[in-house]
Ligand binder design. Sequence first.
Ligand code: C8R
Length: 260
Amino acid sequence: RRREPPAPLPQWKGRGSTAHLREILLGRCFSYAGLLHPELRKDCLKIWEAFEKAFISKNPCNITEEDYQPLMALAAHPIPCNKTLLWSKTNELAHQYTKVRGDLLTLEDTLLGYMADGLMWCGSPSSAEMNYQSCPHWRECANNPNSIYWKMASRIFAEAACGVVHVMLNGSISQPFGNSSIFGSVEVHHLNPKRVHLMKVWVIHNLSAQSSDSCSKSSIKELKSILEGRNIAFSCKGDHRAVQLIQCVGNPEEPACRAC
Ligand code: C8R
């Protein structure tokens, strides 16, 4: 008897799972939990299994936070007060800042963010393999493995914050505070007002477009009113010198960098 050919994998619009996902994730876990933070004593093989179980053999448009619950519990670790740096549309600069300064931590400086940064993953109900061909783009379906992961990890990161929380926003776009971004729709609403008393907002500009008074933009005022409504004080700074110096390292000839 002839064997049935395997069912074809669905074609999604997003890029497929990252090649060697298992090796990369395991390697990052061993590197973070074994080398950088050996005190955490994490079982990376168990963490990988929980990660995989969350989405393998499942419909990649139907992932829930429950699927990731075991992984999030295994990977959890404490984050010190006053160290949280959130960001929106400033991914690269925020991470350059934490690397150079070391006084603040982004989600990528925790195990969950470190392991998954820049990767893609999804499965399919008809197969026990990962789909390396394509994965749902978030516009195709919001409840995909990647989006749910970042939403959930971001929520947990925000819930754990205490003391002063910083956020780096992009002042060179029309809505530096976007209420549909993860920062605007998840993190802001999950800071615990009993533990977080102040959010310090840094609005960063492209070097070529300094000086516009971004703290008074309506988008930032919306953030201010949401925070104050939640009993979290708000402060805002249009130009942060340390951040500008980092921008200037890459563009020393910019007029804004001449006087640095
Ligand atoms: N956070 C969210 N998304 C993250 C992420 C992270 O730490 N790390 C990565 N690589 N991503 P955006 P936002 C990916 O629109 O929506 C946390 C995900 O694919 O510029 O406001 C972090 O704590 C995700 O869809 O920002 C930060 O404070 C995009 O990048 C906010 O949430 C989101 O990029 C940032 O989320």
